[in-house]
Design a binder for this molecule. Sequence first.
Ligand code: BTX
Length: 247
Amino acid sequence: EAVEYGLDAPFEVEYHDSVPSTNARARDLAASGAEDVVVLADEQTGGRGRLDREWSSPSGGVWLSLLFRPDVPMAQAPAFTLAAAVAATRAAREVGVDAGIKWPNDVLVESDGDERKLVGILTEMEGEADRTSWIIVGIGVNANVGPEDLPAEANPTSLSAELGAPVDRRVFTQRLLELFEELRQDPEAAVAEWREYATTLGKRVRVETPNGVVEGEAVDVEFPGGLVVDTGDERVTVSAGDCDHLR
Ligand code: BTX
């Protein structure tokens, strides 16, 4: 099912029927000086998650990467990951899928304690401490894909599986980009909005950080991307960048 995107997006759109990875393509574009581009694909043959994990990207999904050059220090970059999670959650809710965010970057559908993964987000960046050269926010939405085409061990779901019918990917993608555009103008507000959709707050978490394990109740998020954990003795802020594993 090829898609005629014809998006009216706040970004220049580069569409591929099939590409190894939209993030990799966006990195090439970044190296050639581009900005405000969205690379979009129907299928990825080498989609990537964090830590070089595979991200399965069959035809029918919304696999996209946004390349932009925000005028912020690199330390603020995690806020754009949270903004992307908020945009994806809102777009999913607008089509009727009750998504929530598991800190920092998983968008899930939760029911009866079962968490099904709907969206993955991978942010890459380059620059110096006080100046960001570019940021690439890769967003992978399982839109019109059957869960049987996704890795079962990840407990995946898709918009079409939740709704029992396919979504219009052009409309969904357009809305996702509009929402992200709005949120990226005000990353502090995006982080504040993140709280509304968080499935993590109020829960016990165990975060593996480079400085050891932090365990306690997740009580808040802080700009640009910290999760505040109450360990019982103290409040510790762990950064989105440090966290690979949240339980
Ligand atoms: P992550 O490291 O949090 O999650 C990767 C893990 O998720 C995999 O190890 C696997 O268990 C599971 N998984 C793989 N594919 C899927 C899927 N389609 N649905 C649900 N679970 C899955 C998350 O990384 C970040 C993913 C970003 C993907 C986008 S797509 C556009 C852009 N291009 C690219 O190569 N990556 C990004």
